[in-house]
Design a protein around this ligand. Structure first.
Ligand code: NAD
Ligand code: UDP
Length: 326
């Protein structure tokens, strides 16, 4: 980045859950920020506290369509893509195009302006992993034709494009493989396990457990994740491959439900629902690479992060403007 003058960042998907926290962090570091978003799953309310922020520009655009003229950026973060299974499966073609065409447009934007580029990838590139925990060298076990493929294969393609831009044009690209992240500004109607279980518990409604609840995930609090993204972007030289960002504390869905039930004091019963097709059985990041290259490790304990998240959803449930999607 420039040593003097105003540095500019573009956050595609900046009105979403993670993106809006990233916008906060960038503004906090003194950058001027452009948020580009179609509001497919993102919300204006996520940025409402910045309504009078003169260093924030909002551009409403879909990355699958030709983009309006944009200024020159120092950093481009590409987070544009619905992230929860019900949302990304609602229009699988659009999800795939967002990952492929959208990432291509963002890469072109970075190439034409000499920006540093960070692609938000996902632990889903490992599919239903046969290697545990997952390190970046693992190529994954993805069903290319199943209902999750629009997202998993879309993100794999976005990674391919990013590294091809590095090989072909010398573009400075960074790829973060983000594992399950939770926290305030998730949508109550998001359909993910943390939002569903917390909202159901708060409303004393049945808590939906898919399958036997023995499948595992590892949940990272959003402030830790954003810290990891910032460190990855700030690093002077780009790592020569993707970097896992996630919390290595692994637990079963059943254990998460027990913890949330205890923390909320809910009267909810548990109801079983079929396990979705291709639902990964186990997931835990190996974060050795992030620790070594970025000096990064999550700091927020699950209990503390859940406390913040429960308080956030208590406000959402009270407003009743969203309901869980199961
Ligand atoms: P989100 O749905 O809250 O945010 C995605 C944002 O992208 C939304 O604001 C949405 O409106 C926008 N968007 C979607 N399609 C678009 C398009 N075609 N053009 C312009 N904007 C578009 O999801 P999130 O949880 O904040 O995820 C952000 C990024 O992180 C995504 O790329 C996701 O794949 C990745 N990720 C998230 C998680 C997680 O656990 N939350 C895990 C792995 C990867
Ligand atoms: N899940 C569940 N109940 C719900 C929502 C999700 O048991 O109400 C399960 C889901 O089947 C998966 C895990 O929780 O095994 C995490 O699901 P989520 O959609 O949050 O993330 P992802 O599957 O993309 O990791």
């Amino acid at each position: 980045m420039k040593n003097s003058g105003e540095n500019r960042a573009l956050v595609a998907g900046g009105a979403g859950f993670i993106g809006s926290h990233l916008v906060d962090a960038l503004l906090g570091e003194g950058l001027r920020v452009t948020c580009l978003d179609s509001f497919l799953t993102g919300r204006r309310t996520n940025l409402a506290h910045l309504a009078r922020e003169p260093r924030l520009d909002l551009v409403e655009a879909d990355v699958t369509e030709p983009l309006p003229d944009l200024p020159r950026f120092d950093w481009i973060f590409n987070l544009a893509c619905a992230a929860s299974p019900p949302h990304y499966q609602a229009d699988p073609q659009h999800t795939m195009m967002t990952c492929v065409v959208g990432s291509h447009r963002m890469l072109e934007c970075a190439r034409s302006t000499g920006a540093r580029f960070l692609q938000a990838s996902t632990s889903e590139v490992y599919g239903d992993p046969q290697v545990h925990p997952q390190e970046e060298s693992y190529w994954g076990h993805v069903n290319p034709t199943g209902p999750r493929a629009c997202y998993d294969e879309g993100k794999r393609s976005a990674e391919t494009l990013a590294f091809d831009y590095r090989r072909r044009y010398g573009l400075d690209v960074r790829v973060a493989r983000i594992f399950n992240t939770y926290g305030p500004r998730m949508r109550a109607d998001d359909g993910r396990v943390v939002s569903n279980v917390v909202c159901q518990a708060l409303a004393n409604e049945p808590i939906t457990v898919y399958g036997d609840g023995e499948q595992t995930r590892s949940f990272c609090y959003v402030s830790d994740l954003v810290d990891g993204l910032m460190r990855l972007m700030r690093r002077e030289t780009a790592p020569d491959g993707p970097v896992n960002l996630g919390n290595p504390r692994e637990m079963t869905v059943a254990e998460l439900v027990t913890l949330v039930s205890r923390m909320t004091g809910t009267r909810s019963q548990i109801v079983r629902r079929p396990l979705p097709v291709d639902d990964p059985q186990r997931r835990r990041p190996d974060i050795t690479r992030a620790e070594r290259l970025l000096g990064w490790a999550p700091r927020v304990a699950l209990e503390s992060g859940l406390e913040e998240t429960i308080a956030w959803f208590a406000g959402e449930v009270a407003r009743r403007d969203h309901v869980p999607v199961v």
